[in-house]
Ligand binder design. Sequence first.
Ligand code: UT7
Length: 323
Amino acid sequence: MRRACIIGTGAYLPEKVISNDDLAKFVDTSDEWIRERTGIRQRHVAAEGEFTSDLAVAAAKQALQHAAIEVGSIDLIIVATTTPDHTFPACAAAVQRKLGADSAVAFDVQAVCSGFVYALAVANNFIIAGQAHRALVIGSETFSRLLDWNDRSTCVLFGDGAGAVVLNAEDGDGTPSDRGILATHLGSDGRHYDALFVDGGPSSTGTTGHVRMNGREVFRHAVTALVGASEEVLKQTGLQAQDIDWVVPHQANARILNAVAQRLHIDDERMLMTVDHHANTSAASIPLTLAEADAAGRFKRDQLLVMNAMGGGFSWGAALVRW
Ligand code: UT7
């Protein structure tokens, strides 16, 4: 059986850092409130003229270098983003051009904070079907451009960044001891469209709009969705929660992640957290966290990882990966 194996990871964070105290200078909030309710200390924000595709390219270059492969061997580029440079073409087309990845098929996947898991599932299916051999899957966002900087209930939560992985088609036995992506699960429920959305768009207002969120409603569904999706991928493979070495979750809120760890009976140390220094970078948060932990040498060969995410739509998903 063909398996999609992660052979390289990369990350990029814009230079500019905004602390909670910096935010408290222009919006009615405090470092104490933000830390207590979210675990966030700071976020990175893209510079003027620095686009989502620029962040994506920086992360992708690092992932390619890490995988020690030529860009010409990439035949699929998927960018998970909600903040493309332009309404069209796809951000992936800009990334393809900037990388010179001329042999690739390039397109975007838009599932907000679940975007990376969605993109990974799509790339995995291309590889299993034999339609791609080597894929770049990138999560990249400049969410700062969607924020209403006067709305304290949203502007303190998000940050900019990008993360990338290179997937390579390899042969496996079709058993859970194979390396690579072992299972994916995706879900959506459009009944919650209004709980987390942007109040603008090309077809509605002709403007970009700003993030609007019913935080309590999102919070309530997040834990159930993240736990449910993780259990689903375990069920598909016959593996158990105690087999998991690392959870690489979407980084929305430390309280959500603690609750997920508790419900899955996972020790806090195995739940990777970057929300304190990245904030919520939407589709970029999982690959950023993955690349940071990988660079620190935390993952050992054959360890079992679960990535899980939940966000606007509602959308949610999980991927089970043997390193
Ligand atoms: O990535 C996509 C998924 N997104 C998420 O998972 C986000 C999920 N939701 C959350 O993380 C939390 O709901 C928030 C962090 C957004 C909010 O935390 P909360 O504990 O649910 O607070 P709340 O919305 O119930 O607000 C509590 C109070 C309110 O004041 P009153 O009405 O009790 O007087 C808010 O006005 O906190 C106030 N508040 C703030 N105070 C200081 C809201 N934002 C702020 C702020 N600084 N930034």
